[in-house]
Design a protein around this ligand. Structure first.
Ligand SMILES: Cc1cc2nc3c(=O)[nH]c(=O)nc-3n(C[C@H](O)[C@H](O)[C@H](O)COP(=O)(O)OP(=O)(O)OC[C@H]3O[C@@H](n4cnc5c(N)ncnc54)[C@H](O)[C@@H]3O)c2cc1C
Length: 421
């Protein structure tokens, strides 16, 4: 008898989403994961499709998806299902306690940690979006000693979006204890400090004391995301004015929040997480996975397996001078050009760093049900989901978190034998 109905390898956005959908469907599910996920770099907004294959900005992801090549993950799961799967993904986030706003029919614009507007699908409530900025009177908070929030870039970006921006610089005494230098302080450690009421009160007092100097009529205070969403609500009450956050450079507090909420929801549904469990290999004797080996608990078996190990950043793919490979199963890897046709004689990078980089298009080859291909043969009880998939470029197309959520839900539906919506 197998240890689990399904084992998911990788506990980032796609692995957790698949895990929740399967656990909700009544399965016994485990996630084996090691290392941090790219939620560490998350801006607070999820994207579905921000740019078409010519690099032109997309207004409606659902309409634009109809023109994607057959190799794109959305085309594989079926563009006609995209709207419904997108609604299910938004519902799943909300059920996990993550309050998001946005529509798959119409993009809005998020603000990157460098102060640039980019198209987005869903934004966590409390994160400032570019569409809220025009005409606003913004008081931007600079916390002295915190280096992961480039205030001058953000100010310039917000002004370009049409806001009037004043900057206030605050020194927080609460940041002094416990660290060898305030310059080593990261967003997530300040957020921990600000869970203490006296630290939050100090911040509130210092923001309020600057208002008299600024002479602002009805300002919106914008903070770097160094504060939990709960503490933000308390701070708003203390100061008595609207407040929003902009994500910082990694580690991202909103990203860690999403990860914690999804993990808690998964385990509350009975799912098991093996932390620090690097999967080193998989046994695939005859087109079926028969087990996986992890560093710490030996071999584990299941009826189905989901590979959600991410792209290069998370070591779901690895590259040497000769080739790009998938390290656990040795699955077939392809690179697809913008028109969807596989490239064999490729260059991995282009000299202009602002251009699309070909290495971003590498991913595992799959059939239309997201079963990966091993030496030309489909692996029936294995699914690949998220940014390990070929056929898209998450940075150029701004579709990365959408691909993670949508493919994870599509794979889970197939595993559960549910009719495709
Ligand atoms: C710098 C950066 C910034 C981004 N910002 C945004 C943003 O603001 N908005 C947005 O929509 N998208 C953003 N994205 C994209 C988005 O984060 C990803 O597309 C999405 O979260 C990918 O999720 P994933 O689960 O597929 O992969 P990952 O997040 O890469 O997670 C894979 C997980 O698998 C684990 N793993 C890998 N190998 C093994 C193994 N052998 N055994 C066990 N576990 C393993 C990894 O450690 C990791 O935890 C960003 C991406 C990057 C790189």
């Amino acid at each position: 008898m197998q240890d689990f109905d399904t084992i998911i390898i990788g506990g980032g956005l796609s692995g957790l989403t698949a895990g929740i959908a399967l656990a909700r469907g009544g399965q016994r599910v485990a996630i084996a994961t090691s290392g941090t996920s790219t939620l560490n770099c998350f801006s607070g907004s999820f994207d579905l499709l921000g740019y078409d294959d010519k690099g032109k900005e997309v207004q409606s992801p659902l309409s634009a998806a109809e023109s994607l090549p057959a190799t794109h993950p959305y085309a594989k799961v079926g563009v006609s299902r995209l709207g419904l799967l997108a609604d299910k993904a938004a519902d799943l986030l909300r059920e996990a306690g993550i309050s998001v706003s946005g529509k798959a029919e119409q993009n809005h614009h998020r603000i990157t940690p460098m102060g640039i507007a980019r198209p987005a699908w869903l934004t966590i409530d409390g994160c400032l979006t570019a569409d809220q900025v025009a005409g606003a009177d913004i008081v931007l908070v600079d916390i002295e000693g915190f280096l992961d929030f480039p205030v001058e870039f953000i100010k310039a970006g917000l002004e370009q979006m049409g806001a009037k921006v004043s900057v206030i610089s605050l020194q927080l005494n609460s940041m002094r204890g416990g660290h060898s230098s305030p310059y080593e302080t990261r967003a997530t450690s300040i957020a921990r400090i600000l869970t203490r009421e006296e630290a939050l009160r100090e911040l509130g007092r210092k923001i309020s004391s600057q208002f008299s100097i600024l002479n602002s009529q009805s300002p919106t205070v914008v903070l770097p995301a160094v504060i939990s969403f709960d503490s933000l609500e308390m701070l708003k009450e203390m100061v008595g004015c609207p407040m929003q956050i902009i994500a910082t450079l990694p580690p991202s507090q909103p990203g860690m929040y999403v990860q914690t909420q999804l993990r808690n929801y998964f385990t509350s549904l009975g799912g098991e997480i093996f932390h620090d469990a690097k999967v080193t290999s998989g046994m695939v004797p005859q087109g079926m996975v028969e087990g996986i080996a992890t560093g710490y608990s030996g071999n584990v078996t299941a009826r189905s397996y989901v590979l959600a190990t991410g792209s290069f950043q998370s070591h779901g793919l690895i590259a040497d001078y000769r080739k790009v490979s998938e390290p656990i199963f040795g699955l077939d890897v392809v690179q697809t050009a913008d028109d969807g046709k596989p490239i064999t004689n490729y260059q991995r990078t282009t000299p202009d760093i602002f251009q699309s980089q070909p290495f971003m298009q590498f991913g595992v080859a799959t059939d239309e049900k997201l079963h990966p291909i091993l030496h030309g043969v489909r692996v029936d009880n294995l699914y690949a989901v998220g940014s390990i998939l070929s056929g898209h470029d998450g940075i150029r197309q701004a579709d990365a978190t959408g691909v993670s959520l949508i493919t994870a839900l599509a794979a889970a539906q197939d595993i559960l034998g549910l009719p495709t919506c």
